[in-house]
Every structure is written in C-alpha cells, then in structure tokens.
Design a binder for this molecule. Structure first.
Ligand code: AMP
Length: 123
C-alpha cells in the first residue's frame, strides 16, 4: 500500500521544498538532496505509485508516456544526452533493489563518468 507520508509525497503536496528542475502534467524532476555525481536528478510521477511495477500496472497511458518523456526532457535540458557525454538512469525497486523512498523515481546521473554499473558486493 502507498505510504502517504513518504518524502516525495510531501514534496508533491508542497509540505517540504525541492529544487525543481522540470515539471509536466504528470511528472516532476528535482535535484537529489544528496547528489552522488555532478548531476543527480530525480524524476517522479505526480501520481501515487510505489515503484515501476505498480506504475505499469495502474497508471494511465498518458501518465506512462509523460513520465518516460519527462526523463528525456530532463536529459535534453541538462545537455547530457549521448552525443553530449551520456548519463545513467537507475530505479531501485523494493528491499533487494535498495529502494529507500517508496514513491516511484528514476535517478538521472551524469555530468561526468558515472563509473561501474554496480559496486562490488559487500555484506
Ligand atoms: P532510493 O534509494 O532509490 O529510494 O533513492 C532515494 C533518493 O532520494 C536518495 O538518492 C536520496 O538522496 C533522495 N532524497 C531523500 N530525501 C530527499 C529530498 N527531500 N529531496 C531530494 N532528494 C531526496
């Protein structure tokens, strides 16, 4: 069940601030509070979806199209598309995926070489 008190729900209702970078009808992009690379942006749907599987199962086609296009609107605005160096998107899902905030989000990482896809496994 969707947790109405998660931090991104609070950003969406204006309860806590964010550094907004892009907004469309159904999506919002803002800077990650603890950037892990020179560019670290988060893209989220405005609707209440826990993760990508919840989104694909329950979102409207308009929401899905808007969300995936929002990612490229952001990468275009940031000038990090493939010809400009490229970037990585990551979406963590559930406990094994390492998801901390239970509202669907894609991380956009770039502005420099992001590095190996996965760090060596520890623990
Ligand atoms: P994940 O582990 O995939 O759920 O990622 C959650 C991300 O949200 C982390 O990269 C956090 O740094 C980021 N984060 C947590 N709180 C905030 C906030 N208030 N504003 C922006 N980003 C946040």
């Amino acid at each position: 069940m969707y947790d109405e008190n998660n931090v991104f729900a609070k950003i969406l209702c204006g309860e806590i601030p964010c550094k907004k970078f892009y907004e469309s009808d159904y999506s919002l992009a803002f800077e990650d509070l603890y950037p892990q690379r020179k560019i670290h942006m988060l893209v989220i749907p405005k609707g209440k979806y826990i993760d990508l599987d919840d989104f694909n199962a329950n979102a409207t086609k308009e929401e899905v199209v808007d969300f995936f296009r929002a990612i490229s609107e952001v990468s275009s605005k940031l000038k990090i598309q493939a010809m400009e160096g490229g970037y990585r998107i990551i979406s963590n899902i559930g406990a094994n995926g390492g998801q901390e905030v239970p509202h669907l989000h894609f991380h956009i990482l770039g502005g420099e070489r992001v590095g190996r896809m996965l760090a060596p496994k520890t623990g």
